[in-house]
Design a protein around this ligand. Sequence first.
Ligand code: TXA
Ligand code: MG
Length: 313
Amino acid sequence: MPIRTPDSTAIAEAVAALAAGALVGMPTETVYGLAGDATNAQAVARIFAAKGRPAFNPLIAHVPDLASAESEGVFDDRACALAKAFWPGPLTMVLPAQPGGTVCELARAGLPSIALRGPRHPIAQALLRAFGKPVAAPSANLSGRLSPTTAENVATDLGAHISVILDAGPSSVGVESTIVSVMPGEPVRLLRPGGIAREEIEALIGPLAAAQADHVDAPGMLASHYAPRAALRLNALDMSPGEAYLGFGPRAQAQILNLSPNGDLIEAASNLYTYLRRLDSLGAQTIAVAPIPTHGLGEAINDRLARAAAPRP
Ligand code: TXA
Ligand code: MG
């Protein structure tokens, strides 16, 4: 079993695995990542193969801090302000790639831009600092499935492809990072809602523009994604026969699990994938989900639920 307590020995093993081009299960505060050396095209190809991604879509390069990020991406004043406010943390920025950057083209899917994230999880920080190079890491799940929030989730989907999974317990945020693009001559665009609420970003830099229609067709942006086995029925006020019900907030009707009995959207985000997995494992044909408010982390929760409920390919 490659699951390890993330002590210094296990972190050293993970660093050696990355250096050898092998893959590591990396805890972050959002979800667990399937990590490989972002400068090594073979390691990056292994990531795509392990996930069964239908195409080579661009990956996020993880770095410990702004100083290391600046050698990979071009930070303008807006990007610097965002990094200073939200890094380390669940924010990913898509920026022009630095001409001398080390992240391989395959990780960037040949694009002139690069996605950079500085996670705040102490084990991710320790791994990134010890490895000393950017780490490419998509969520450590099979393509199209729910993102993993525990080491066991990672092992279930991808254990056979991973040298070491660093087990740091459940991810605290529970949904993926917020992705914004900060490209020259363009407004800052929200490409994917996530662990940092739109309101927090807008308080710093003003209103966010929407992603462009020709935006890269990456998995997290596909209509059907983040899907459990069961079908989903959204904005459900009650449970029909044969359904499992995922509640939110104080409600009287029958429910099996409640994302947050107090109606706390941060708690709900942290429970989202775990509870969908649990209800899925009960074998229900359909999971009915209560309405979730759309402010704060509710935007990311509703985004993931809409993709999980969309018709499957
Ligand atoms: O929380 C997270 O972001 C997790 C943890 C492991 O860090 N990672 C994650 O990665 O969700 P992934 O590969 O599942 O999603 C990365 C997304 C892709 O869907 C893609 O749209 C976007 O990042 N992306 C990467 N590079 C891009 C680029 N150059 N331009 C536009 N979008 C890009
Ligand atoms: Mg993913």
